[in-house]
Each structure stands twice: as structure tokens, then as C-alpha cells.
Design a protein around this ligand. Structure first.
Ligand SMILES: Nc1ncnc2c1ncn2[C@@H]1O[C@H](COP(=O)(O)OP(=O)(O)O)[C@@H](O)[C@H]1O
Ligand SMILES: [Mg+2]
Length: 321
């Protein structure tokens, strides 16, 4: 498990992470959601013992990351933002090399087991340079779970993957989460909703919200939008979807495209699809369009105008980021 108390990190005079306090228990998949520059990577580096905190404490299974960094590295599997993989090694060689570093007993069997788990067993003899981005990401996961750590820290594990690969990696994480403590960072709201049981939202080094994905969703009224594209005109669909229960508003954005905003926690997509089909429209596309993180922060900050961590923590944006 992870216990973090008042954890801060300064780069020079600049505070990147400001007094974070949170914890995560076994069987939990904690989402760490925030835009670029929020402090996700910095926090994770401190949790994995790769970087000392400026102040505050972090413990992994009771071990302080600073005082017991060796113990912590045994207990933590870390998948960094860009996984350093050795292109001139085969998949098997790489995992064996990583496993020797951790002094894993029965290493050959363990490597086979892990490769099977991340569905790379058919690639064992192949060179890393020939792996697709999705496969590399899965190899990164394999590397992180190889030494059977209790805690997994995954820094943007689905970044740069195509939709099919994203689904695959998310499924893997869900499965791994059953018997590990997992903390994963992302800048995608739907990712925490699909994978995590709890979410911490971080912005400019501060925690701005902590919640379950479901009740976070409820707080973000109208957080989900659906984009519908028809083959012909969409004007006549507008009056059919507008009165549906759960639809907040529907707007025509092009002559053949509609954007429909749904109330919080209600997924009206099946009903919308039914209206489209029953009334003989030709559907080209139906796509969920989510609020941007910026819009989410706006909603969250509007919800709680007196939230203490929001006061004074919203520094003006730094140039060049
Ligand atoms: N090594 C570093 N030296 C100086 N500033 C850094 C360093 N790493 C990150 N930062 C700054 O700290 C802030 C948080 O960065 P980071 O933890 O990488 O955020 P995230 O992972 O959420 O994108 C950013 O403003 C970033 O520019
Ligand atoms: Mg990062």
C-alpha cells in the first residue's frame, strides 16, 4: 500500500508538487489524473525512490521511500513515462537481464509466466526494435510486474497507443489490479473511469479533487457529450432526441452533425441510436466526446468555490509549457 503525507517537491525555487496527502490500499487502482505539468511524474518518481522529496513523507508498505529505498524498489514495480528498452536485445534477453538485477529465483519460468500474462509469449525471441508501440508498452508492464511487487506505479501507461492497444493495456491493468496496489497516472478522464476505483485529480502540484469515478462523474454535470454524424441532414433528428430523458441539450453543429449533452451519470446513447435507426436516418458516426480536463477543472472549481486547496494554488501559467 501507499501512504503519502504532505509530499512536496521543488525544482529550484519552483514548486512542482505541493503537500500531497493520499493513500492507496491493496486491490485498489488509484487514478492520478491531471494535465501536462501537473506533477504526476514528479510524484511517481518520489514514490518509487528515484527522487528525494523536498519535504513530507511517502511510504510503500510501511517503508519510507527515502530511508528504505532498497526495500521500496523490491516492493514497487515502476513503469516510467518512457520505458527505457534496449533495442538490440530480444524480449527474453531484456526480461532476463531485468530479472537478474532483481535476483528473481526460477527466472526462466517467471519470464515465461510474465510474457504470457502480457500476451508477448510469441515475441520472446524477437528483437525489441521490432516491437510495435503497444507491444513495447506491454513489455514495460512485464518488466514492472516481473519481480512480483506489491505496488505498481504506472506513469501514463496508455500514452501513444492506438485504441485497440489502449483497450488491451487497460484490461491488463485491471487484471493486475486485482492482487496489487496500482497507481496510474493519466490525462484522460475516461481512462480513470474505466480502470480505476478511485481518482485523485491533480493540477499545478495540488490535489483539487479526490473521489470515486462514479461520484466524480455525478459532480461533473453534463460531462458526457455524444457526437452524431449522419449521412443526410440532421435537422429532423434534433426534435427527436431533445426530449429524451437524460438529454440536457442537443445542438446542430453542421447540417449533418449533432452534439448531444447528457446529464451526469446517464448514458443515453442506446436511446439515441434507437431514434436514429427507427426513423430511418443513415448513421455515419456516433462518438462520445468528453470534456477536456480544463473544462473539468472549471466545473470542479465552480462546485467548491471555497475549497482550501484551490485558494492561491492556481498560479498563472508559466510560459513555454
Ligand atoms: N527535472 C526537472 N527540473 C525542473 N523542472 C521540472 C523537472 N521535471 C519536471 N519539472 C517541472 O515540474 C512540473 C511538474 O512536471 P511533471 O511532474 O513532469 O508533470 P506531469 O507528469 O504531470 O506532466 C512541470 O512544471 C515541469 O516543467
Ligand atoms: Mg508526466
Amino acid at each position: 500500500m501507499i501512504r503519502v503525507k504532505s509530499l512536496s517537491k521543488d525544482y529550484g525555487s519552483r514548486r512542482a508538487v505541493n503537500e500531497l496527502t493520499f493513500s492507496a490500499d491493496k486491490g485498489e487502482i488509484l487514478g492520478f489524473l491531471g494535465p501536462n505539468g501537473a506533477g504526476k511524474t514528479t510524484t511517481m518518481r518520489m514514490l518509487t525512490g528515484f527522487m528525494p522529496p523536498t519535504s513530507g513523507t511517502a511510504e510503500i508498505c510501511g517503508y519510507d521511500v527515502l530511508e528504505n529505498s532498497l526495500e521500496v524498489r523490491k516492493l514497487v514495480g515502476y513503469m516510467p513515462e518512457s520505458v527505457p528498452l534496449y533495442n538490440d536485445m530480444t524480449v527474453m534477453e531484456y526480461l532476463t537481464y531485468m530479472g537478474e538485477f532483481h535476483e528473481i529465483p526460477d527466472l526462466d519460468d517467471r519470464v515465461d509466466e510474465v510474457l504470457e500474462k502480457v500476451h508477448l509469449d510469441d515475441r520472446a525471441g524477437g528483437y525489441i526494435s521490432n516491437l510495435s508501440k503497444g507491444m513495447r508498452q506491454r513489455l514495460g508492464l512485464a518488466q514492472a510486474i516481473l519481480h512480483r511487487p506489491d505496488v505498481l506505479i504506472l506513469d501514463e501507461p496508455t500514452i501513444g497507443l492506438d485504441p485497440a492497444q489502449i483497450i488491451e493495456v487497460r484490461n491488463l491493468i485491471r487484471e493486475i489490479g486485482k492482487d496489487h496496489t496500482v497507481m496510474l497516472s493519466t490525462h484522460i478522464l475516461t481512462e480513470v473511469q474505466q480502470v480505476c476505483n478511485r481518482v485523485i485529480i491533480i493540477n499545478k502540484g495540488n490535489i483539487v479533487a479526490e473521489d470515486t469515478p462514479a461520484s466524480l462523474q455525478a459532480r461533473l454535470s453534463g460531462a458526457d457529450r455524444v457526437h452524431v454524424k449522419l449521412k443526410g441532414e440532421a435537422t429532423e433528428l434534433l426534435p427527436l432526441v431533445t426530449p429524451l430523458p437524460g438529454v440536457l441539450k442537443a445542438e446542430l453543429i453542421k447540417e449533418n452533425e449533432l452534439t448531444i449533452t447528457m446529464s451526469a451519470g446517464q448514458d443515453v446513447r442506446p436511446e439515441i441510436a434507437r431514434q436514429v435507426v427507427q426513423n430511418g436516418f443513415d448513421l455515419l458516426e456516433m462518438q462520445a466526446a468528453n470534456l477536456s480536463l480544463e473544462e473539468i477543472f472549471l466545473q470542479l472549481t465552480q462546485d467548491e468555490p471555497s475549497h482550501p486547496t484551490l485558494d492561491g494554488s492556481m498560479e498563472p501559467d508559466q510560459a513555454g509549457e
